[in-house]
Design a binder for this molecule. Structure first.
Ligand SMILES: [Zn+2]
Length: 474
């Protein structure tokens, strides 16, 4: 910090840039002794030395005897580091002999390091998943060298910090590239902040989803269901979250919301009597709006409340598929098939139970043998194959198999197998009634074969004799 010598009229000031102390001086007309010597002594004479003093405040910078040439001038120079004076007004006094003059100089406080953001460069728009480069120019508008952390941010979460050292008046250009930008579509703030200033711009994110964003708000109206199906719903939504890019080509994440009017999608549970084209005989598990170009608000899916959890899971996946723009027959083909059947599900969940008591071990083995025959077959109709597993309850199952060693549902007289309605809406119950254990596998094969094969092999038809039935599948 320095000051600029004698400031003209007392109001002058000097900042750091004005390193004036060395050169500026008490000039001719400020040198009080000059007129005096000229007046009193005339030309071409050298007078006796006079006392010359320069003071700033109560500090003496110079105090000495000087000879003043007659009719000449004399320069008196004194310097002081303004930092030693401190900010504020200081009185400067110059005395030459009996004469004196004073001026006031103001020492300004040096401006602290202050980092301003003078410019932000950001593209007008960026695609989902692409990279985003943000450049900014940061200027130290203070006088003092400083060191700050500059925060560069887009949206509300992604942030990069850069530490910058700048001399007073210096500037630096920073550039940060963020990879894989994952924001919803629309405008997002781009912010560059120093400890002193914040500057903001906007970038438009272009999102590939017809919903214009990743997170789809889902309202579930489950008042008509007599059990808690939150887990089933979550299972279905997470299916799409796992397979979004694969089947939809855009990201989705589902967020359950508690108000219908905030929802993008409403999932309600109710009986579905018809869906689109009328089909008098059809039993519907669900129906949904098909997304064509832009979603309406909200998109609605309806699912039968009284289906098993297994069927409900597949049905919600199917209906959400429509809501996400998939039509029947599109991949995933099994789940987007227009009807639910034994080839829709992988694995098919099977609940084996006994009409009374436990299922005999031998019967369970026979049922498994029959099902394994299909799992090993490459001729399953309209499907990549068949897979199955046992589950512990009808609620978890697509299909129920009931072993009844007496039997009176299928046949009033004698044993055999038939298929009837299961505990849940649309669920099939394959009944094995009053039969020898040896032919259980064959009856399972005959029941499933008529659904899983386009053409049922002769050994699984009524043509098969007793010995063939006992030995099947071999
Ligand atoms: Zn459908």
């Amino acid at each position: 910090m320095r000051w600029g010598g004698l400031a003209g009229d007392g109001g002058g000031s000097a900042g750091e840039d004005e390193s004036a102390g060395e050169d500026e001086s008490a000039g001719e007309d400020e040198s009080a002794g000059e007129d005096k010597s000229a007046d009193e002594n005339g030309a071409n004479a050298t007078l006796d030395p006079v006392r010359v003093a320069v003071r700033v405040g109560d500090r003496t910078l110079r105090d000495e005897n000087r000879s003043v040439p007659a009719n000449g001038s004399m320069t008196v120079t004194a310097a002081i580091d303004a930092a030693s004076l401190g900010p504020g007004d200081h009185k400067i006094a110059v005395t030459v002999g009996e004469a004196s003059a004073t001026r006031t100089v103001t020492v300004e406080e040096a401006r602290a390091a202050t980092f301003a953001v003078s410019e932000i460069e950001v593209p007008k728009s960026v695609g989902y998943g692409e990279t985003l480069t943000i450049a900014a120019t940061v200027t130290n508008v203070g006088d003092v060298t400083g060191n700050q952390t500059v925060e560069i941010r887009y949206g509300t979460e992604a942030t990069a910090n850069r530490t910058v050292a700048l001399d007073g008046g210096g500037e630096a250009r920073l550039s940060v590239t963020f990879g894989d930008v994952r924001l919803d579509g629309g405008d997002h703030p781009v912010t560059v902040a120093t400890a002193n200033r914040t500057r903001e711009r906007a970038v438009t994110l272009v999102h590939p989803s017809p919903y214009g964003k990743t997170t789809i708000r889902l309202f579930v109206d489950d008042g008509a269901v007599d059990r808690n199906v939150s887990g089933v719903v979550a299972g279905a939504t997470s299916y799409w979250e796992r397979n979004d890019e694969r089947y939809l080509g855009y990201p989705v994440a589902y967020e359950r919301v508690s108000e219908a009017d905030r929802a993008d999608v409403v999932l309600r549970f109710d009986s579905v009597e018809r869906c689109g084209v009328e089909d008098g005989d059809a039993r519907y598990f669900g129906c949904a709006d098909l997304l064509v170009d832009e979603p309406r608000t909200p998109m609605t899916a309806t699912v039968e409340p009284n289906i098993s959890d297994a069927e409900m899971n597949a049905t919600i996946i199917h209906e959400l598929g429509h809501i996400q723009g998939l039509e029947h027959g599109e991949e995933p083909a099994g789940l987007m098939a227009p009807t639910s059947n034994l080839t829709t599900h992988r694995p098919v969940k099977i609940h084996l139970r006994a009409e009374s008591g436990d299922v005999p071990r031998r019967v369970e083995d026979e049922v498994a043998e029959g099902l394994d025959y299909f799992a090993a077959s490459e001729d399953i109709a309209g499907s990549d194959g068949f897979a199955w597993e046992f589950v512990d309850s009808a609620r978890e199952a697509h299909v129920q198999i009931t072993y009844d060693d007496r039997g009176d549902v299928c046949f009033a007289d004698g044993g055999g197998s038939c298929t009837v309605d299961g505990e849940y809406y649309g669920q099939r119950d394959v009944r094995l009634e009053e039969m020898d254990d040896e032919v259980v596998a064959w009856h399972v094969g005959a029941s499933f074969g008529s659904v899983l094969f386009d053409e049922v092999p002769p050994e699984l038809t009524g043509e098969a004799d007793r010995r063939e039935r006992e030995e099947w599948p071999g």
